[in-house]
Design a protein around this ligand. Structure first.
Ligand SMILES: [Cu+2]
Length: 158
C-alpha cells in the first residue's frame, strides 16, 4: 500500500539522492555560450584545383549555415555528404548554399564537378558539434523515466 510515509522512505534511499543530484547537475551545468545561442554562420570557402580553403568547417548543431563558394579558377562544386546538398560555382563567381545543420557528426565535402586529374582528392570536411541542450533534454527525460519507474514499480512488501 502507498501511504503518506512513502516520501520519507524515498528521500532517504540512495538511488533517489543519486537521481536528484544528476538532475541538478544536468540542468544547471553551464553551457558554452556558442552552444546555448545557435546563431547563423556564414563561411566563405574558396575552391581552386584541387583544394577547398578552408577545408574544414566547424559549426554547431542546429545552426543555420551559409556556405559561400567561390571558384577561383575553373568550375567547382561542393556536395555535402550526409546532408545531400550541392552547390556549383562558375569561375570567378560565388554560389551560396544555406541549410540548417540539424545532424551532428563529421561530413565529407566533395567537389561535385569533375575539375581535373586530382578532382577525386578535392575534399573537405564539415564538423557539426553536438548540441548540448539536446543532450541535456535527453538526460532529463531518462532520469524522469527512471524516477517514474522507481516510484511505481511493484514492491515486495513483507
Ligand atoms: Cu573541383
Amino acid at each position: 500500500m502507498y501511504s503518506t510515509q512513502i516520501p520519507v522512505k524515498i528521500v532517504r534511499s540512495w538511488p533517489w539522492i543519486a537521481i536528484i543530484a544528476s538532475i541538478l547537475v544536468i540542468a544547471f551545468t553551464p553551457l558554452p555560450l556558442k552552444a546555448s545561442q545557435p546563431v547563423a554562420r556564414t563561411v566563405r570557402v574558396e575552391a581552386r584545383s584541387f583544394e577547398f580553403s578552408p577545408s574544414v568547417i566547424h559549426v554547431e548543431q542546429g545552426q543555420q549555415v551559409t556556405i559561400e563558394l567561390i571558384a577561383t579558377d575553373v568550375v567547382h562544386g561542393i556536395y555535402v555528404d550526409g546532408y545531400g546538398h550541392e552547390i556549383i560555382a562558375n569561375p570567378g563567381q560565388t554560389a551560396t548554399l544555406t541549410f540548417i545543420a540539424d545532424k551532428s557528426g563529421s561530413f565529407r565535402l566533395r567537389c561535385s564537378v569533375t575539375c581535373g586529374a586530382l578532382h577525386p582528392f578535392m575534399i573537405g570536411k564539415l564538423n557539426v558539434g553536438v548540441n548540448l541542450l539536446f543532450y541535456r533534454a535527453i538526460g532529463l527525460s531518462v532520469l524522469a523515466g527512471l524516477a517514474g519507474f522507481m516510484l511505481f514499480r511493484p514492491r515486495n512488501e513483507q
